[in-house]
Design a protein around this ligand. Structure first.
Ligand code: ADP
Ligand code: MG
Length: 392
């Protein structure tokens, strides 16, 4: 344990180091031991409370307030599959604690504030952040945002809608793909807008940086080739050459970068009482993602996630969704481009990057499944095969 923040009433937030990795934990003192704090123990309430009276520094912990916080009470855990731990407080706020944290990861600390200043409202309104400062820089510990009533993420609402569209032809399961594309364009335009938080968000990546994206994908391929066994592994090894050819098509020349979302997929789009919102600007759950990237990377991961919705539904229902995915991905891309054009921001999208980055995304999905979610591997297995055959 490298640090501890006392939250009163025997509650503690701990910073733990395992070799050179940092983790956080929330615990409660009970008799002569500690137990893990859960919803109802008041850790999230206390963090909000401390953020509300911000400007406060407690040792190496620093709270920053970004929105109005009320005296909300009552905790409930969010139960969907997630990388971190999110607790809803008083049905008004979500307090998300980073389970694993990385020094110098500026995303959770900067992006919500940057977007809010840029006038972006299609996200949960940011309420605050908590960071832990040490010699290695600032490590994000928690972020707080307004709770969106009735929110369900796209792995629920979109999968369910595609499910229903099979039986019921009046259900239009293509239109939401267009809505996601347009929303992504508006997100990118705001991310590219200079603010006090990020005065120069738009930059040009040089040849070396672009080449490093290709190298990252090669590394994912190498990892997947050793980590994925069974039939999926066999198919991957068989496809390795054409995958490398696809990656080699990444055009090594300067291109525009902005602070991208970094983990954009249908699960980040919340459908709630008042419409759609994009959430979770914490970047790649496998870590290491820089703040800046080509907007095409977000578009690539979004379009591939539509294919993942298809795989989930096909697997469950034993049907073919060939027609739906063709329309949905086309509409998503079309409305992304149209919305950028409408906002006079076409130059953000370097379309030549799209296909190699889509391939790279599937390799990343393999890595994710190998590390965190073994039952997910059928998804990149099928999605990658489809992508490769489409290009052939
Ligand atoms: P993780 O990075 O751990 O995946 P997310 O930020 O994506 O965490 O949140 C996990 C889930 O919590 C989301 O899929 C969504 O269901 C819910 N959620 C997140 N933020 C909000 C919010 N502001 N309002 C309502 N629900 C939310
Ligand atoms: Mg998420």
């Amino acid at each position: 344990m490298v640090d501890a923040l006392a939250l009163g009433d025997r509650r503690w937030l701990l910073v733990l180091r395992v070799r050179d990795e940092l983790f956080t934990s929330a615990v409660v003192e009970a008799q002569d031991a500690f137990r893990r704090a859960g919803a109802g123990d008041g850790v999230a309430e206390a963090l909000l409370d401390r953020t509300a009276s911000a400007g406060e520094e407690a040792g190496s912990f620093s709270f920053r307030r970004l929105g109005q916080i009320g005296p909300w009470t009552g905790e409930r855990a969010i139960e969907v599959d997630q990388s971190n731990e999110s607790i809803v407080v008083g049905e008004r706020a979500v307090v998300k604690r980073s389970v694993r944290t990385v020094s110098g990861d500026r995303r959770p600390m900067l992006l919500p504030a940057h977007l809010s200043e840029a006038g972006f409202t299609e996200m949960p309104a940011p309420l605050g952040t908590l960071g832990w400062r040490h010699e290695g820089g600032m490590a994000p510990v928690a972020s707080m945002a307004a709770y969106l009533p009735g929110a369900r993420d796209g792995w629920e609402w979109y999968v369910e809608m595609v499910d229903r569209s099979i039986e019921d032809r009046s259900v239009d399961a293509v239109a939401p793909a267009a809505a996601l594309g347009a929303l992504t364009a508006r997100l990118h335009v705001c991310l590219a807008t200079p603010t006090e938080v990020l005065p120069a968000p738009r930059a040009a990546a040089g040849n070396e940086t672009v080449a490093s994206w290709g190298a990252d994908a090669e590394r994912d391929l190498g990892f997947a080739l050793t980590a994925i066994d069974g039939e999926e592994g066999g198919r991957l090894r068989h496809a390795a050459r054409s995958i490398r050819e696809e990656l080699a098509r990444l055009p090594v020349r300067p291109t525009t970068t902005i602070p991208i979302h970094g983990d954009l997929h249908v699960g980040q789009f919340l459908r709630w009482r008042d419409g759609l919102a994009v959430s979770d600007l914490d970047g790649d759950p496998l870590g290491g993602g820089a703040l800046e990237g080509p907007p095409a990377r977000d578009v690539a991961s979004l379009v591939q996630s539509l294919d993942h919705v298809r795989r989930i539904v096909e697997q469950r229902q034993g049907v073919s969704l060939d027609a739906w995915i063709a329309d949905a991905s086309e509409e998503c891309l079309r409305s992304y481009r149209d919305e950028l054009a409408l906002l006079d921001a076409e130059s953000l999208f370097d379309e030549e990057l799209l296909r190699p980055l889509r391939v790279a995304q599937e390799l990343h999905e393999f890595v994710y499944s190998a590390i965190y979610l073994p039952r997910w591997r059928y998804v990149p297995d099928r999605a990658l095969a489809a992508l490769l055959s489409e290009g052939a």
